[in-house]
Design a protein around this ligand. Sequence first.
Ligand SMILES: C[S@@+](CC[C@H](N)C(=O)[O-])C[C@H]1O[C@@H](n2cnc3c(N)ncnc32)[C@H](O)[C@@H]1O
Length: 313
Amino acid sequence: MQEFLSHVKQGLSQSPKKLSSRYFYDAKGDALFQQIMKMDAYYLPRCEMQIIQQQSEQIAKDISTSHSGLQIVELGAGDGSKTKHLLKQFGPYFKPMEYVAMDISPNVLAINEKLIKTEVVGINHRKIAGNYFETYKNLTPITKGRLVLFLGANIGNYPTPEAIDFFNFVKSNLTKNDYFLVAFDLVKHPRKIIAAYDDHNGITKQFNLNLLERINRELGANFEVSDFDHFPFYNPITGITSSHIISLKQQTVEFPDGFTINFEAFEAIHTEVSKKFFWSDIEAIAHQSKMRIVQTYLDQQKAYAFVLFQPHA
Ligand SMILES: C[S@@+](CC[C@H](N)C(=O)[O-])C[C@H]1O[C@@H](n2cnc3c(N)ncnc32)[C@H](O)[C@@H]1O
């Protein structure tokens, strides 16, 4: 709670104003994100499911050349509704197989645990709630192999310099025979991209504005949420979609301790980055973090990629 408050105060005191996307996911944010994943315009989970359903067995075969037992660590695991299909196909290839779900939301981890335990046989499920920048560091060394999963195109939340730092961070807890499997949303037509972040039914708007509702609920601020709007845009030069909350008028928001934030009319709060990747971006990240690309798995339209990395020997 204290960390949330200090991040919010710090972010809203900057110019431009900023809130971290990690705070989207309280119980209401989790439920809205589950709705987003079912939207027609939000193509990402469909691409991801196609790769999982059609290529998980091949991924398991590629990894089983170096390991018979496997610990699968998923960062930002979410509800596990896609991962369960991957784990089912991994089952015959790895014994023992342990799945460690890491997420900042205890609520979503409870859903994940129930789903995986009931639907995937022979798996040891462990859940670790907290910020993965803390919890991943504390993983103990293991004798079996380790595969770290970072799915849902979440790597797009980290623009390139931060993605390189993130790869180095993950690598710090991998041996040279371990693997890192990352889902990348590839660059595609800008209209298709922007439609995914700005749907006509306003679900992405509710998801973005829930950040202000959460600040009111948990930190006692007095945001008048109807005086704010959702505004995403996509830059085809950088491949970056940015989401913003726009203050529709000049206004002041107060916190219980007297801390105030002033907004000018139409001033923006930056809330999320979602980068779409060119191949050259992926190769540059691998090169700069000293990881090698072992294999690539594409969906049929070549719009989305799972890339399997290993630390350089
Ligand atoms: C976009 S969702 C994706 C969930 C899942 N991987 C999927 O593909 O459906 C991002 C997930 O990462 C979690 N998350 C975001 N930032 C995090 C952090 N710093 N530490 C731990 N979990 C985080 C959120 O709670 C959320 O469940």
